[in-house]
Ligand binder design. Structure first.
Ligand SMILES: [Mn+2]
Length: 440
């Protein structure tokens, strides 16, 4: 891959003498950090460029891209090669997504992708970081962004040689323990806003937090609780046991034990998972530019991003508590959480996702979240665990006759329905879910 990068860089160097570059990246954490690494590298390389962040790369977006630019896609575009072949531009792709079978790389496209170069798997930001480092060793100070992208795309379980190199470049501190974040702030706050995992009776409930810490025999020191990363092994073990008890043994906590990655950001040690969640929250709330500014080190963007993130966390935790405390429609291995106007439609999918991973629901349970959006209802369906039932199909069978469309996968799907179909939808949904169980 290093050789392919060198070739690509040489070619960009040549083309950029006469043309500006347009960077197009994805709007999640990996995409934003990819864009930040690439933008910094191009800036230092003294290239003229502009940047665009997109939620998905549809044919209309591709068609609208200027023809007199070099196009540089990061963390996306591997699935859009057929569309890109129609463009007259010279195109470069720094990505890690799979390339559709039988799809050849078009002549106008230079692709750097671990799937093509048979390289260890990297996130988009990891590929962009190697690109930046190949341009100049001075770009080594961008390595922490590649670490945040790695965590954002959940690739941190496999630390191979290249990731070890990136972690070294970023001077990351790694600590083993419970994967709650942020691991750098007082534990009571971390637990109060903890949504992954969602701990029933603790998340969003300060009294529950204090009880849990008492059960774990963790006390305040100098008026405040230690942070997760400051716990000794014994304290860490007690905390894990106390949380496992809260989760009633239904869930396997071992997936929440692993490496904490501490990166240096704004001259402070930050938990890469927390930073990733912050970037994601900003982008989801429609502020990709602030997320990008944060990654590029702007103090003003930092202030704005933190405010957006706090609001997001608070409304998420409030929504989770609402979902837990309200009267839900439950049946045989399903729960329908109707948030109405109490849970925002922008958050209902996340709420359903978090609950589907929570120990409160047995594996195989279908969780359907609903929330009003003016005269429509946003519906999000999730499957707890991975096996067996197809939530996309369940929604599809009901929604298509009502004139709607369902998007997603077998274990996570969603749709919009008209508000005047509310009652009939719920009624048919219940019937369908009962049939599902019999079949399963
Ligand atoms: Mn990615």
């Amino acid at each position: 891959m290093r050789e392919a990068l060198k070739q690509a860089i040489k070619r960009i160097e040549e083309l950029a003498k006469t043309k500006p570059i347009k960077v197009i990246s994805h709007f999640d954490t990996d995409g934003i950090t990819s864009a930040a690494v690439t933008a910094k590298a191009l800036q230092r390389w003294k290239k003229i460029f502009s940047l665009k962040i997109v939620k998905n790369l549809d044919p209309e977006t591709i068609a609208a891209l200027p023809e007199d630019h070099i196009l540089l896609f990061t963390d996306l575009a591997s699935g859009s090669l057929a569309e890109l072949a129609k463009k007259p531009n010279d195109i470069f792709i720094l990505d890690h997504h799979e390339i559709p079978e039988d799809q050849e790389i078009p002549k106008n496209v230079t692709m750097i992708n671990p799937h093509i170069q048979n390289h260890d798997m990297l996130s988009g930001a990891g590929v962009c970081y190697l690109f930046a480092k190949t341009i100049s060793k001075n770009n080594k100070d961008l390595a922490h962004l590649a670490v945040i992208g790695m965590v954002g795309d959940l690739l941190e379980k496999d630390i191979h040689k290249t990731y070890q190199e990136i972690l070294d470049d970023a001077q990351v501190t790694i600590k083993r323990g419970l994967l709650l974040y942020p691991s750098t702030r007082p534990l009571d706050r971390t637990l109060q806003y903890c949504s992954n995992p969602y701990i029933p009776g603790v998340t969003g409930e300060y009294k529950g937090v204090i009880d849990l810490l008492r059960e774990a025999n963790i006390q305040k020191e100098n008026g405040k609780f230690k942070s997760l990363q400051d716990l000794n092994d014994d304290e860490m073990q007690k905390l894990i046991t106390a949380i496992a008890l809260k989760c009633a043994g239904k869930s396997d906590l071992s997936e929440y034990i692993g490496n904490l990655f501490l990166v240096n950001l704004f001259n402070q040690l930050e938990d890469a998972r927390e930073v990733s969640a912050l970037i994601n929250a900003c982008s989801r709330m429609g502020h990709s530019e602030i997320a990008l500014g944060y990654c590029l080190g702007s103090p003003q963007a930092k202030q704005q991003a933190e405010k957006i993130y706090i609001d997001y966390k608070q409304s998420l935790v409030a929504a989770l508590r609402h979902a837990e405390n309200q009267e839900n429609i439950t049946g045989n291995r399903y729960t329908i959480i109707h948030g109405r106007d109490h849970i925002k439609d922008t958050i209902i999918g996340t709420v359903a996702s978090i609950l589907s991973h929570s120990p409160a629901y047995e594996e195989g349970t279908i969780i359907i979240g609903m929330a009003y959006n003016e005269d429509k209802i946003k519906v999000s369906a999730r499957l707890a665990g991975k096996k067996g039932r197809n939530v996309r199909e369940v929604l599809h069978n009901i929604v298509v006759p009502l004139g709607g469309e369902v998007g997603g996968h077998p274990n996570a799907a969603g749709c919009m329905i008209d508000k005047n179909h509310e009652d009939v939808f719920i009624e048919q949904l219940q019937r369908q879910l009962e049939i599902e169980v019999v079949k399963a």
